[in-house]
Design a protein around this ligand. Sequence first.
Ligand code: CS2
Length: 498
Amino acid sequence: MKEPIRLNQTNLAHLPSSIARPGYDRSKLEAGIIHIGVGGFHRSHEAYYTDELLEKTGITDWGICGVGLRPADRKIAEVLKRQDYLYTLIVKHPDGRIENRVIGSLIDFMLGCDDPVAVTDRMASPITRIVSLTITEGGYNFNPATGKFDFKNPEVKHDIAHPDKPSMVFGYLTEALRKRRAAGLAPFTIQSCDNIQHNGDMTRKMLLAFAEAQDPSLAEWIAEEVAFPNAMVDRITPVTTAADIQLLEEDFGVKDEWPVTCEPFCQWVIEDKFCDGRPSWEEVGAQFVPDVTPYETMKIRLLNAGHSVLGLLGSIHGHKTIDGCVADPLFATYLRRFMDAEATPVLAPVEGVDIEDYKDSLLERFANPNIKDDLARICLESSSKLPKFLIPTITENLDRGGSTDFATLVIAAWCYYSDKGTDKDGKKLEIVDDMKAELHKAAAGTPRNKLSFLKLKAVFGDLANRKDFTDEYVRMIDALYENPDIARLMQAQLFGRE
Ligand code: CS2
């Protein structure tokens, strides 16, 4: 076997011909975009669209500078630096076909924890016109029980008192905007790319709460001048595995320390609301619309909630991946019934989208056997996902007297999962969640108080007080604690009582 070629700028020209690579001159690019949170999803989505645009148009002002705020981002910082910020996007088709492309839109990376001033200076440079974010659903510091910014967070207290030494995203954004205002510059657009309904509005609300506490006149300026477009983002991007790195090396002859794998499907629907210009991403498939709400709701309540339904039920059953779940007819049927009976009735029509086709396509995407999306990734940080993905569907159905039973079993399963930390056969499940201890404590109280788990107001709001929900929940909890064979309960749900 020939020695694999290390991925970097000098070696680009020598890569095997089966690997697509940037045809544009990266040395001419300027970073009009700063992106905070360079995980797999940013690299398979915004960086991918931008790479396509640079390739198609030859424009030079919309390169991307990545930013990591925390010490945990050091690894990606170092890998990208060694590779001149290049990485391979491995697109895996359902029929086994693989397309590799080296992405060139990322041209720099900065670590905020090493030098926060350098990062806010860069954000305040006139070259920067968009700061985009993938900071996860939990990164917005939003308290679902109060609907407000969480000022109890010690990091918030620190950042309010130390504007020049921020540690969280809101501290960075506020400081950078302060510098821009002082320099007489227009502000940048803040563009959220997280799976949160009205992600732009949410970012605005949280940033204004923070800025108001630190500098009320600046908050006023932000409220008037900064644009926060809402967007729906979509591309399934599993965690990169050692096998992906090996595949690239052995089958394609490229040594890339941290490639990204993803499905072929890709979607980005954005509100056209930018305060200092934007790339013409519509030239490479993004859609600009006046109101993104119906697209976001549809995606979050079908795709993301669908993932959580499979993730929690599947974990207890002993499935490992999303495709493994949907290859099991019971799980595929259950998912479809959840979508049809509970998610669809609380969705508004989406212009140009046939909702039945959309659901069919989700099941096909989930079935892609080459994606192997781990249930552990799906269940990660469920405490910040379910309040956005699933609980609104439950409460809206309760309000309109609709069905909630398919979703209720998922909440009961989540309680069992948080309490026992095992599947139905007692095999340990790795739970990763910022609220892991609280979830466990509340769930472990179930034998004494059946509603103990639901009393976590920060997750469930006032679901514990809704008798129209709790009666069925308690029945499911009883059944599950008596016998955790989740398939039996799913069957009962689908085909009638046990
Ligand atoms: C997943 C998402 O995190 C999750 O639970 O549902 O990461 C999902 O794969 C993406 O939103 C797809 O666009």
